[in-house]
Design a protein around this ligand. Sequence first.
Ligand code: BDR
Ligand code: CA
Length: 317
Amino acid sequence: MTALIIDTDPGVDDAFAIALACASPDVDLLGVTTVFGNVGLAMTTRNALRVLALYGREDVPVAAGADRPLVYPHPHRARYVHGEDGLGNRADLLPERATGVAGTDAVALMASLLESAAEPVTIVPIGPLTNIALLLAAHPAVRGKIERVVIMGGGVGIGNVTAAAEFNIWSDPEAARRVLVEEDVPTVLVPLDLTHRCTVDGAWLDRLAASGPRGRTLVELIAAYREFYSRNLGIDGSVVHDAVAMAEAISPGLLVTETYPVDVECAPGPARGTVIADRRSAIARDRSGVDGSREVAVAVDADLDAVREFLLSRLSS
Ligand code: BDR
Ligand code: CA
């Protein structure tokens, strides 16, 4: 059984990731916290509650966190990908949850869940890393209760929101740098280049739609997002980034990782928000004086069909 906390900005692919956790019998979903990102905080929070309601999860505490990055304003949302409501303009397909948000904020909820956890917990941040940076800064004692942090973010050599940067890291580079470079908890980064290789096609989505009412609802939510990616990729399909990271969180080792020192570009300019993974050999790194003390596991490969099958089998219902 994997104890999980999800930090999220739903987001169509976030909805798939939350659904995957809810649909997995080997997951103990301790809590869901929300952050600004694809849309504003009020909407990401409402969307997280609604996705949980689709799975009848009235029991999972939800708390709202940061509505902006740590240092600079958020340049823009991702409504052009996720729709005005964050769920492909189909959020109203989902039921409202009877239980609203917890009477506490995201950081306080994560801290108290970690403090009271009997076993180490996996945290799955699938939005900007603001809440996670704040958690680690304000509650350093919880580090020992964290099994792994499995992050969807970055791109080794590619970007999506800019030529070089991926949306989650670019949305709050200072927070990302704190989590990826300055902290010392076991971390797995699931970057864009791998999530793109795990693209699901029209036949996969048809099978999901035919699997039952929840599968059908997920496929209805993804319609506009699917169009965006189909235009982008030139094939009928979708990139369910956050669900790929969630799959690794639930099934450690599903993705093949390599460990590298990483850094995050925080300076203004065209590279702001880029994750730089130092893929040189240890000898080359030593020669250039990089101490390489903090290494992050970066997902670089997978049995792609096995990942797609893992997602489909769990989401089918
Ligand atoms: C990431 O950015 C968001 O738009 C998605 O939800 C995902 O977390 C992909 O770059
Ligand atoms: Ca997301």
